[in-house]
Design a protein around this ligand. Structure first.
Ligand code: NAP
Length: 448
């Protein structure tokens, strides 16, 4: 039996485990899927917006994989000082790191760290009940919010800010976040791209959703679309960009509907500085007007604009974090690898693999992780004869406990699910997520 640890239970980890146990030839494989959190599913649980129920329902498919008889989920197990990559190699024939991209990219402008300026990933963690984010972390007393970046995360946070709490009540959004959204004073959300509309990273389905919100109008400046040469002749654009431009063009012609909130979609504005208001918190975002440089990028012009905002969410992409003991490429923020085999000084590091965002960078939709995971699993299985000759501990669970860890196994996770259903029932809602470590671990410990 080939014993493999998969570190991370998000889509890339679960798809890797599925590919490993599903192979038809070679040795039987048993997989432990380890996660730092007591809950599985990674960004499907802690990143997909609560109102994206169809995507969230993917948890059902991931669950089926984790219930496979040769797969074991072990949450509350962090690879770090108490459990190093070298320790894991002593417990398993192979280890696949599927740890994603755990932090946000920096904007690199003055004022970035003013109070009231946050990474969008923190805001996402807050409304997703991530236990590392305080449940009362966002008071939403701002009337105007700026979201920097025009990717799908920017669309998610802009949409959640612009939705009424009533529209989110039936989701699993944590109770403190729902109360904060209900009391929100945010009226204007400005989502700002440094390049043109044809270069925005959001997908058309996500963009269209902004135009269908019950209580928010979308405002598009016709002249900012016209700045984009591709707007004049969208025929030459890739299909996805052409669809985005067409949707934006439709909105530019639309008279405002008098709804209580507005989402302003802005382009060709490069963030230059965040400035403080009289209270020392962020008061405005200053932008330099840009223009196409003819090579797909933009150049600064003499123009600019200041947008008043008491809340700034920086949504400029995720970034991988080094794992001490594993090589790391600081430029691409990934673990160097060849088809998933970790490369140490250009040679494959025996028994160590990567899949998902830490392998290829934070791009693509959830489904992109499936072929990525399959490639890594195929590399690992091809190496199986050599891997099986590595001596490993008899029982990884005993070794993990000996390292001082208290893993939350599948029954513990099921107990958390039951506690979340009970919490929702007590609040007259559906399932409601538990937002703190103490609550999650207390629920997990009720498992027999
Ligand atoms: P992203 O798609 O890479 O978008 C990042 C945005 O930030 C781009 O508009 C980029 O502009 C901008 N940006 C980067 N550096 C900047 C700077 N210094 N100043 C101003 N703007 C800057 O990243 P993401 O939105 O975090 O999404 C990550 C991945 O998750 C994507 O693959 C996304 O599709 C996926 N995701 C999908 C969904 C969904 O399917 N519903 C939801 C959430 C996330 P430039 O293009 O000019 O660099």
């Amino acid at each position: 039996m080939l014993r493999v640890a998969v570190v991370g239970s998000g889509p890339s980890g679960v798809y890797t485990a599925e590919a490993l146990v599903g192979q038809r030839t070679g040795p039987e494989v048993a997989v432990d899927v380890l996660d730092r959190l007591p809950c599985p599913y990674g960004l499907v649980r802690y990143g997909v917006a609560p109102d994206h129920e169809k995507i969230k329902s993917l948890q059902g498919a991931l669950r089926k994989v984790l219930e496979h008889p040769r797969i074991r989920f072990l949450g509350n197990v962090e690879v770090g000082p108490a459990l190093t990559p070298a320790d894991l190699l002593g417990m398993y024939h192979a280890v696949v790191y599927c740890v994603g991209a755990a932090t946000d990219r920096r904007l690199g402008v003055p004022g970035e760290d003013l109070p009231g300026s946050y990474s969008a990933t923190r805001f996402v963690s807050w409304y997703s009940a991530h236990p590392d984010e305080p449940p009362d972390g966002f008071a939403l007393q701002a009337r105007s919010a700026v979201v920097i970046g025009v990717g799908n995360v920017a669309v998610d946070v802009a949409r959640v800010l612009a939705r009424g709490a009533e529209e989110l009540r039936h989701t699993d959004v944590p109770d403190a976040a729902l109360r904060s959204l209900a009391a929100s004073e945010v009226r204007d959300v400005h989502m700002v791209g440094r390049r043109g509309p044809s270069q925005a990273k959001f997908t058309t389905k996500e963009l269209r959703e902004l135009g269908a919100l019950a209580d928010a109008d979308v405002v598009v400046h016709e002249e900012e679309l016209a700045l984009d040469p591709a707007y004049a002749d969208p025929g030459g654009l890739p299909a996805a960009a052409r669809r985005n431009v067409e949707v934006l063009r439709g909105w530019a012609d639309r008279p405002p509907g008098g709804r209580s909130r507005r989402i302003h979609l802005r382009f060709f504005l490069r963030p230059a500085e965040l400035t403080a208001g009289p209270d020392g918190r962020v008061g405005a975002a200053r932008f330099v007007r840009t223009a196409p440089d003819g090579r797909g990028g933009v150049m600064d012009t003499a123009g600019g604009e200041e947008i008043g905002a008491q809340l700034v969410l920086r949504s400029v992409g995720y970034r991988g974090v080094p794992i001490p003991g594993l090589p790391f490429d600081p430029v691409r923020a990934v673990v160097p690898n060849e088809a998933g085999r970790v490369l140490q000084d250009a040679a494959a590091s025996p028994g160590e693999y990567v899949a998902g965002w830490i392998k290829r960078g934070p791009t693509g939709v959830i489904g992109t992780n499936r072929p990525c995971a399959k490639e890594t699993a195929a590399a690992l299985l091809a190496d199986a004869p050599a891997l099986l000759s590595r001596p490993v501990a008899d029982d990884p669970l005993t070794a993990l406990r000996a390292a001082g860890l208290r893993p939350v196994a599948w029954p513990g996770w099921l107990a958390i699910e039951a506690a979340e259903a009970a919490l929702g029932h007590s609040l007259d809602r559906g399932t409601v997520k538990i937002p703190d470590w103490a609550g999650l671990l207390a629920a997990a410990r009720t498992a027999v």
